[in-house]
Ligand binder design. Structure first.
Ligand SMILES: NC(=O)c1ccc[n+]([C@@H]2O[C@H](COP(=O)([O-])OP(=O)(O)OC[C@H]3O[C@@H](n4cnc5c(N)ncnc54)[C@H](OP(=O)(O)O)[C@@H]3O)[C@@H](O)[C@H]2O)c1
Length: 323
Protein backbone atom coordinates (compact mmCIF):
# COMPACT_ATOMS: atom_id res chain seq x y z
CA UNK A 1 0.00 0.00 0.00
CA UNK A 2 1.03 3.64 -0.44
CA UNK A 3 2.32 5.30 2.73
CA UNK A 4 4.34 8.33 3.87
CA UNK A 5 7.04 7.33 6.37
CA UNK A 6 9.94 8.68 8.37
CA UNK A 7 12.95 6.63 7.23
CA UNK A 8 15.67 8.58 9.10
CA UNK A 9 15.88 11.67 11.31
CA UNK A 10 16.82 15.09 9.96
CA UNK A 11 16.57 17.81 12.65
CA UNK A 12 17.31 20.65 10.20
CA UNK A 13 15.83 19.30 6.96
CA UNK A 14 12.75 17.23 7.87
CA UNK A 15 11.74 16.62 4.24
CA UNK A 16 14.94 14.68 3.59
CA UNK A 17 13.76 12.10 6.18
CA UNK A 18 10.46 11.49 4.37
CA UNK A 19 9.75 8.61 2.00
CA UNK A 20 6.47 8.30 0.11
CA UNK A 21 6.21 4.80 -1.33
CA UNK A 22 5.01 1.23 -0.94
CA UNK A 23 4.81 -0.38 2.52
CA UNK A 24 3.36 -3.78 3.56
CA UNK A 25 -0.32 -3.85 4.47
CA UNK A 26 -0.82 -3.99 8.26
CA UNK A 27 -2.25 -7.03 10.06
CA UNK A 28 -4.71 -6.42 12.89
CA UNK A 29 -4.02 -8.32 16.12
CA UNK A 30 -6.75 -9.45 18.55
CA UNK A 31 -9.05 -6.60 19.58
CA UNK A 32 -7.68 -4.37 16.78
CA UNK A 33 -9.31 -3.59 13.43
CA UNK A 34 -8.14 -2.48 10.00
CA UNK A 35 -9.51 0.86 8.84
CA UNK A 36 -9.46 1.76 5.14
CA UNK A 37 -8.25 5.34 5.33
CA UNK A 38 -10.20 7.88 3.28
CA UNK A 39 -8.47 10.99 4.61
CA UNK A 40 -5.68 11.78 7.08
CA UNK A 41 -4.68 15.21 8.35
CA UNK A 42 -1.20 16.58 8.92
CA UNK A 43 -0.10 17.81 12.34
CA UNK A 44 3.08 19.48 13.47
CA UNK A 45 3.71 16.19 15.29
CA UNK A 46 4.61 14.68 11.89
CA UNK A 47 7.24 17.36 11.30
CA UNK A 48 8.66 16.72 14.79
CA UNK A 49 8.84 12.97 13.96
CA UNK A 50 10.87 13.66 10.80
CA UNK A 51 13.17 15.86 12.89
CA UNK A 52 13.65 12.90 15.28
CA UNK A 53 11.59 14.15 18.22
CA UNK A 54 9.74 11.40 20.09
CA UNK A 55 10.98 8.44 18.00
CA UNK A 56 13.93 6.08 18.31
CA UNK A 57 16.13 4.95 15.41
CA UNK A 58 15.07 1.33 16.07
CA UNK A 59 11.42 2.22 15.29
CA UNK A 60 12.18 3.30 11.70
CA UNK A 61 10.68 3.16 9.18
CA UNK A 62 7.60 4.63 10.84
CA UNK A 63 4.46 5.54 8.90
CA UNK A 64 3.57 9.11 9.91
CA UNK A 65 0.12 10.46 10.77
CA UNK A 66 -1.98 10.57 13.93
CA UNK A 67 -5.37 11.37 12.43
CA UNK A 68 -7.67 9.51 10.08
CA UNK A 69 -11.24 9.06 8.96
CA UNK A 70 -12.21 5.96 7.03
CA UNK A 71 -14.25 2.78 6.86
CA UNK A 72 -14.07 -0.04 9.42
CA UNK A 73 -14.37 -3.77 8.52
CA UNK A 74 -18.17 -3.64 9.10
CA UNK A 75 -18.57 -0.82 6.58
CA UNK A 76 -19.09 1.92 9.19
CA UNK A 77 -17.78 5.44 8.58
CA UNK A 78 -15.43 6.17 11.50
CA UNK A 79 -13.02 8.69 12.96
CA UNK A 80 -9.90 7.21 14.56
CA UNK A 81 -8.92 8.32 18.08
CA UNK A 82 -5.14 8.68 17.90
CA UNK A 83 -4.26 7.88 21.50
CA UNK A 84 -3.21 4.28 22.15
CA UNK A 85 -3.12 3.32 25.82
CA UNK A 86 -3.16 0.33 28.13
CA UNK A 87 -6.58 -1.37 27.60
CA UNK A 88 -6.72 -2.03 31.37
CA UNK A 89 -6.11 1.63 32.28
CA UNK A 90 -9.16 3.12 33.99
CA UNK A 91 -10.07 6.82 33.95
CA UNK A 92 -8.98 9.69 31.69
CA UNK A 93 -6.74 7.95 29.14
CA UNK A 94 -4.71 11.15 28.51
CA UNK A 95 -3.29 10.52 32.00
CA UNK A 96 -2.19 6.95 31.21
CA UNK A 97 1.60 7.08 31.71
CA UNK A 98 2.07 4.39 29.04
CA UNK A 99 0.00 6.12 26.33
CA UNK A 100 1.34 6.95 22.88
CA UNK A 101 -0.03 8.50 19.70
CA UNK A 102 -0.34 6.66 16.42
CA UNK A 103 3.00 6.96 14.58
CA UNK A 104 4.95 6.89 17.87
CA UNK A 105 4.91 3.16 18.74
CA UNK A 106 2.30 1.95 16.25
CA UNK A 107 2.33 2.68 12.52
CA UNK A 108 0.42 5.85 11.62
CA UNK A 109 -2.40 6.97 9.37
CA UNK A 110 -0.59 8.34 6.27
CA UNK A 111 -1.36 5.09 4.46
CA UNK A 112 -4.18 3.34 2.68
CA UNK A 113 -4.82 1.23 5.80
CA UNK A 114 -4.19 1.61 9.52
CA UNK A 115 -4.76 -0.85 12.38
CA UNK A 116 -6.07 0.43 15.72
CA UNK A 117 -7.82 -0.93 18.83
CA UNK A 118 -11.54 -1.29 18.12
CA UNK A 119 -12.38 1.03 21.01
CA UNK A 120 -10.51 3.85 19.24
CA UNK A 121 -13.23 4.12 16.60
CA UNK A 122 -15.77 6.93 16.90
CA UNK A 123 -18.75 7.25 14.51
CA UNK A 124 -18.23 9.88 11.80
CA UNK A 125 -21.20 12.27 11.64
CA UNK A 126 -22.59 12.08 8.09
CA UNK A 127 -22.62 15.91 7.91
CA UNK A 128 -18.80 16.01 7.99
CA UNK A 129 -16.79 15.34 4.86
CA UNK A 130 -13.94 12.81 5.04
CA UNK A 131 -11.44 15.65 5.06
CA UNK A 132 -13.26 17.55 7.83
CA UNK A 133 -13.58 14.42 9.97
CA UNK A 134 -9.86 13.70 9.56
CA UNK A 135 -9.01 17.05 11.20
CA UNK A 136 -10.61 16.18 14.51
CA UNK A 137 -8.50 13.58 16.38
CA UNK A 138 -5.42 15.69 17.22
CA UNK A 139 -5.63 19.43 16.50
CA UNK A 140 -9.35 19.89 17.08
CA UNK A 141 -9.50 17.50 20.04
CA UNK A 142 -6.55 19.28 21.66
CA UNK A 143 -8.29 22.63 21.17
CA UNK A 144 -11.53 21.23 22.64
CA UNK A 145 -9.78 20.03 25.80
CA UNK A 146 -7.77 23.25 26.18
CA UNK A 147 -10.88 25.43 26.00
CA UNK A 148 -13.53 23.33 27.70
CA UNK A 149 -11.62 21.28 30.30
CA UNK A 150 -8.47 23.18 31.14
CA UNK A 151 -9.04 26.95 30.75
CA UNK A 152 -11.74 27.70 33.33
CA UNK A 153 -13.29 30.05 30.74
CA UNK A 154 -16.97 30.93 31.06
CA UNK A 155 -19.16 32.06 28.14
CA UNK A 156 -18.58 35.79 27.67
CA UNK A 157 -14.98 35.47 28.90
CA UNK A 158 -12.06 36.71 26.77
CA UNK A 159 -9.48 34.32 25.36
CA UNK A 160 -6.27 35.13 23.47
CA UNK A 161 -5.12 32.58 20.86
CA UNK A 162 -1.45 32.88 19.88
CA UNK A 163 -0.34 32.00 16.31
CA UNK A 164 -3.75 32.10 14.60
CA UNK A 165 -2.82 30.20 11.45
CA UNK A 166 -2.04 26.80 12.98
CA UNK A 167 -4.22 23.70 13.03
CA UNK A 168 -4.81 23.87 16.79
CA UNK A 169 -5.11 27.68 16.72
CA UNK A 170 -7.79 27.81 14.00
CA UNK A 171 -9.74 25.18 15.96
CA UNK A 172 -9.41 27.26 19.15
CA UNK A 173 -10.76 30.34 17.36
CA UNK A 174 -13.73 28.57 15.79
CA UNK A 175 -14.66 26.51 18.86
CA UNK A 176 -14.17 29.47 21.20
CA UNK A 177 -16.42 31.67 19.07
CA UNK A 178 -19.12 28.99 18.89
CA UNK A 179 -18.99 28.59 22.69
CA UNK A 180 -19.62 32.30 23.28
CA UNK A 181 -16.14 33.44 24.26
CA UNK A 182 -14.71 36.76 23.07
CA UNK A 183 -11.80 35.56 20.93
CA UNK A 184 -8.66 37.60 20.29
CA UNK A 185 -5.85 36.21 18.17
CA UNK A 186 -2.29 37.04 17.09
CA UNK A 187 -0.47 36.04 13.93
CA UNK A 188 2.84 36.93 12.31
CA UNK A 189 1.11 37.39 8.99
CA UNK A 190 -1.32 40.14 8.00
CA UNK A 191 -3.33 37.90 5.63
CA UNK A 192 -3.70 35.24 8.36
CA UNK A 193 -4.90 37.89 10.81
CA UNK A 194 -7.58 38.92 8.29
CA UNK A 195 -8.63 35.29 7.82
CA UNK A 196 -8.83 34.75 11.58
CA UNK A 197 -11.56 37.41 11.66
CA UNK A 198 -13.62 35.37 9.18
CA UNK A 199 -13.56 32.19 11.33
CA UNK A 200 -14.61 33.73 14.63
CA UNK A 201 -11.91 36.03 16.02
CA UNK A 202 -13.41 39.28 17.36
CA UNK A 203 -10.11 41.15 17.07
CA UNK A 204 -6.62 40.37 15.80
CA UNK A 205 -3.19 41.70 16.74
CA UNK A 206 0.45 41.52 15.69
CA UNK A 207 2.59 39.29 17.92
CA UNK A 208 3.50 41.09 21.14
CA UNK A 209 0.95 43.91 20.64
CA UNK A 210 -0.52 45.68 23.65
CA UNK A 211 -4.14 44.48 23.99
CA UNK A 212 -7.12 46.74 24.77
CA UNK A 213 -7.77 44.77 27.96
CA UNK A 214 -6.31 41.88 29.94
CA UNK A 215 -7.72 38.46 29.07
CA UNK A 216 -9.12 35.65 31.22
CA UNK A 217 -7.11 32.94 29.47
CA UNK A 218 -4.41 32.52 26.81
CA UNK A 219 -4.14 29.48 24.54
CA UNK A 220 -0.47 28.74 23.83
CA UNK A 221 0.93 26.43 21.18
CA UNK A 222 3.72 28.71 19.91
CA UNK A 223 5.91 28.66 23.05
CA UNK A 224 9.12 30.66 23.24
CA UNK A 225 8.21 33.35 20.68
CA UNK A 226 4.96 34.36 22.39
CA UNK A 227 5.30 33.25 26.03
CA UNK A 228 6.24 36.61 27.58
CA UNK A 229 3.33 38.28 25.76
CA UNK A 230 0.98 35.53 26.95
CA UNK A 231 1.96 36.09 30.60
CA UNK A 232 1.70 39.90 30.26
CA UNK A 233 -1.74 39.67 28.63
CA UNK A 234 -3.46 37.86 31.51
CA UNK A 235 -5.67 39.47 34.13
CA UNK A 236 -4.79 38.70 37.78
CA UNK A 237 -5.82 35.10 38.45
CA UNK A 238 -5.91 34.27 34.73
CA UNK A 239 -4.82 31.01 33.10
CA UNK A 240 -2.41 30.07 30.32
CA UNK A 241 -3.20 26.71 28.78
CA UNK A 242 -0.22 25.30 26.89
CA UNK A 243 -0.21 22.30 24.57
CA UNK A 244 2.76 23.02 22.31
CA UNK A 245 5.99 24.97 21.89
CA UNK A 246 6.56 25.15 18.13
CA UNK A 247 9.01 28.08 18.27
CA UNK A 248 11.12 26.78 21.16
CA UNK A 249 11.11 25.47 24.66
CA UNK A 250 13.12 27.98 26.69
CA UNK A 251 11.23 31.27 27.04
CA UNK A 252 11.77 33.63 29.99
CA UNK A 253 9.64 32.13 32.76
CA UNK A 254 8.21 35.50 33.91
CA UNK A 255 8.09 34.05 37.43
CA UNK A 256 7.47 37.34 39.21
CA UNK A 257 4.29 37.98 37.25
CA UNK A 258 3.16 34.39 37.71
CA UNK A 259 3.24 34.57 41.50
CA UNK A 260 2.35 38.23 42.01
CA UNK A 261 -0.71 38.06 39.76
CA UNK A 262 -1.54 34.51 40.93
CA UNK A 263 -1.58 33.16 37.39
CA UNK A 264 -2.15 29.50 36.52
CA UNK A 265 -0.03 27.69 33.94
CA UNK A 266 -1.89 24.59 32.84
CA UNK A 267 -0.64 21.86 30.52
CA UNK A 268 -3.00 20.08 28.12
CA UNK A 269 -2.57 17.07 25.87
CA UNK A 270 -4.97 15.58 23.31
CA UNK A 271 -8.35 14.43 24.71
CA UNK A 272 -10.21 11.26 25.53
CA UNK A 273 -12.13 9.05 23.13
CA UNK A 274 -15.35 10.34 24.72
CA UNK A 275 -14.20 13.94 24.20
CA UNK A 276 -13.69 13.11 20.51
CA UNK A 277 -17.24 11.81 20.29
CA UNK A 278 -18.53 14.98 22.00
CA UNK A 279 -16.42 17.17 19.71
CA UNK A 280 -17.93 15.50 16.63
CA UNK A 281 -21.40 16.14 18.09
CA UNK A 282 -20.45 19.78 18.86
CA UNK A 283 -19.70 20.27 15.15
CA UNK A 284 -22.96 18.56 14.19
CA UNK A 285 -24.97 20.82 16.51
CA UNK A 286 -23.21 24.13 15.85
CA UNK A 287 -22.38 23.76 12.16
CA UNK A 288 -18.75 24.70 12.89
CA UNK A 289 -16.35 23.05 10.44
CA UNK A 290 -12.56 22.67 10.38
CA UNK A 291 -10.68 25.18 8.25
CA UNK A 292 -8.89 23.22 5.54
CA UNK A 293 -5.87 24.98 4.06
CA UNK A 294 -5.45 22.38 1.35
CA UNK A 295 -6.44 18.86 0.39
CA UNK A 296 -4.10 16.71 -1.71
CA UNK A 297 -3.57 13.06 -2.57
CA UNK A 298 -1.32 11.11 -0.19
CA UNK A 299 1.16 10.70 -3.06
CA UNK A 300 1.79 14.47 -2.75
CA UNK A 301 2.42 14.39 1.02
CA UNK A 302 5.86 15.95 0.51
CA UNK A 303 4.31 19.22 -0.71
CA UNK A 304 1.95 19.39 2.27
CA UNK A 305 4.69 18.75 4.82
CA UNK A 306 6.91 21.38 3.16
CA UNK A 307 4.10 23.92 3.54
CA UNK A 308 3.72 23.19 7.24
CA UNK A 309 7.46 23.20 7.93
CA UNK A 310 7.62 26.66 6.30
CA UNK A 311 4.69 27.92 8.43
CA UNK A 312 2.73 28.80 5.30
CA UNK A 313 -0.67 27.41 6.19
CA UNK A 314 -3.98 28.57 7.56
CA UNK A 315 -5.82 25.63 9.11
CA UNK A 316 -5.35 21.98 8.25
CA UNK A 317 -3.64 20.10 5.43
CA UNK A 318 -5.41 16.87 4.50
CA UNK A 319 -4.13 13.88 2.50
CA UNK A 320 -6.66 11.72 0.70
CA UNK A 321 -6.28 8.13 -0.49
CA UNK A 322 -7.99 6.24 -3.25
CA UNK A 323 -9.31 3.65 -0.69
N1 LIG B 1 -0.03 18.45 23.45
C1 LIG B 1 -0.72 17.96 22.44
O1 LIG B 1 -1.48 17.01 22.59
C2 LIG B 1 -0.62 18.62 21.10
C3 LIG B 1 -1.61 18.42 20.14
C4 LIG B 1 -1.54 19.12 18.94
C5 LIG B 1 -0.45 19.96 18.70
N2 LIG B 1 0.52 20.08 19.63
C6 LIG B 1 1.67 20.99 19.39
O2 LIG B 1 1.15 22.30 19.19
C7 LIG B 1 1.92 23.00 18.23
C8 LIG B 1 0.99 23.46 17.10
O3 LIG B 1 0.56 22.32 16.36
P1 LIG B 1 -0.20 22.50 14.98
O4 LIG B 1 -0.36 21.14 14.41
O5 LIG B 1 -1.35 23.41 15.19
O6 LIG B 1 0.96 23.27 14.14
P2 LIG B 1 0.85 24.19 12.85
O7 LIG B 1 -0.45 23.91 12.18
O8 LIG B 1 2.11 24.01 12.10
O9 LIG B 1 0.79 25.66 13.47
C9 LIG B 1 1.88 26.31 14.06
C10 LIG B 1 1.58 27.79 14.18
O10 LIG B 1 2.43 28.42 15.14
C11 LIG B 1 2.45 29.79 14.84
N3 LIG B 1 3.73 30.48 15.12
C12 LIG B 1 3.81 31.71 15.64
N4 LIG B 1 5.06 32.07 15.82
C13 LIG B 1 5.82 31.06 15.37
C14 LIG B 1 7.22 30.89 15.26
N5 LIG B 1 8.08 31.82 15.67
N6 LIG B 1 7.67 29.75 14.73
C15 LIG B 1 6.80 28.79 14.31
N7 LIG B 1 5.44 28.92 14.40
C16 LIG B 1 4.98 30.05 14.92
C17 LIG B 1 2.13 29.94 13.39
O11 LIG B 1 1.02 30.79 13.31
P3 LIG B 1 1.10 32.18 12.51
O12 LIG B 1 1.79 31.87 11.23
O13 LIG B 1 -0.34 32.55 12.38
O14 LIG B 1 1.86 33.15 13.36
C18 LIG B 1 1.85 28.52 12.91
O15 LIG B 1 0.79 28.49 12.02
C19 LIG B 1 3.00 22.02 17.76
O16 LIG B 1 4.21 22.30 18.45
C20 LIG B 1 2.46 20.65 18.13
O17 LIG B 1 3.47 19.70 18.35
C21 LIG B 1 0.46 19.43 20.82
Amino acid sequence: MLAASAVRFAPDDPLSALEVGERPEPIAKDGWVTVDVKAASLNHHDVWSLRGVGLKESQLPMILGCDAAGIDPDGNEVIVHALIGDPDYRGDETMDPGRSLLSERHQGTFAEQVVVPRRNLVPKPPELSWAEAACLPTAWLTAYRMLFHRSGLQPGGTVLVQGAGGGVATALIALGHAAGFRVWATSRDDAKRERALTIGADAVFEPGARLPDRVDAVMETVGQATWAHSVKSLRPGGTIVISGATSGNAPPAELTRVFYLQLSVVGSTMGTRDDLERLARFLQVTGVRPMIDSEMPLSEARAGIAKMAAGELFGKIVFTTGS
